[in-house]
Ligand binder design. Structure first.
Ligand SMILES: NC(=O)CC[C@H](N)C(=O)O
Length: 269
């Protein structure tokens, strides 16, 4: 494994790039952590750029968060999913820093860091106990790859503030260990505290308890979800099966709203 970070200087497709008129967004620095076996760091960085922010590559072995305003733990196969998906990456030096910043108590003047874990990133966050529950093999024991409908259940996190509560988005889902499980008490607590952020609709693709696709921590700054919003950030790249061109255009960029939400929440804070 080459010890290098991916370049974030990816070209954008000018015609498809949303008009980002608020120049303050570019001042928001969003870290994207890369581990051995990470796949989706480039797309996460690209999503931040398309939303108008500045992605900051973070290497798993380092311990300097580089004054980022938020962190994304991207998807992929960190350490080849050996032992349990996400369990080895959870012990990385960079993740110690992420844990410290995400649980900051505010007495030192620092608000808790917004963190988004996508797929393998969600698995890593549960392994670190930043989020409750665990991810086990899909109930049908096969890898799933599909355009997934999700209902937005919670718009009180920085990552979902601009989504419509009760509305639907469609983004890709692709994993083998996507079945969300937790004990009955934890599940009840998640429901009572409105901490289920996304729920599968149109069929449960992996056997997750209560159709849970994404959850948040008690303070709402840490969010994890199995589907991939960073793969749905450009209009026109939506699901081919979604019917009209207009629907495909909208679905193609549903994921972008998580990143624009985050950037605008930070600018407004
Ligand atoms: N897309 C991903 O991040 C894959 C996550 C994980 N390695 C799994 O297959 O469950």
């Amino acid at each position: 494994m080459a010890e290098s970070l991916p370049s974030t200087e990816v070209p954008l497709i000018a015609d498809l790039t949303p008009d980002v008129s608020d120049e303050r967004l570019a001042g928001v620095r969003v870290g994207v952590v890369t581990f051995p076996g990470t796949l989706d760091d480039r797309d996460a960085a690209r999503a931040v750029r398309i939303a108008g922010g500045t992605p900051v590559p973070l290497w798993y072995k380092d311990s300097d968060l580089q004054s980022v305003d938020a962190v994304i733990i991207p998807g992929g196969f960190s350490y080849g999913d050996y032992l349990r998906a996400g369990s080895i990456a959870a012990k990385a030096p960079m993740m110690r820093e992420v844990h410290r910043a995400a649980t900051a108590d505010g007495t030192s003047g620092s608000a808790p860091l917004p963190v988004l874990g996508i797929c393998n990133g969600f698995q890593i966050l549960t392994e670190m106990h930043l989020l409750p529950g665990s991810m086990i093999k899909n109930d049908h024991l096969k890898f799933v790859c599909t355009d997934q409908r999700l209902r937005v259940e919670n718009t009180e996190t920085p990552w979902t503030a601009e989504l419509d509560r009760g509305g639907e988005i469609v983004v890709p889902l692709k994993n083998q260990d996507g079945q969300y499980v937790a004990d009955a008490r934890t599940l009840r607590q998640l429901e009572e505290e409105n901490r289920v952020v996304f729920r599968y609709v149109g069929g449960n693709p992996n056997g997750s308890r209560q159709d849970i696709a994404g959850v948040t921590n008690e303070r709402g700054n840490v969010v994890g979800l199995m589907p991939h919003p960073e793969h749905a950030v450009e209009p026109g790249f939506g699901p081919s099966s979604s019917g009209t061109e207009e629907v495909a255009m909208r679905y193609g960029s549903d994921g972008l709203r998580l990143f624009t939400s985050l950037l605008r929440q930070i600018v407004a804070a």
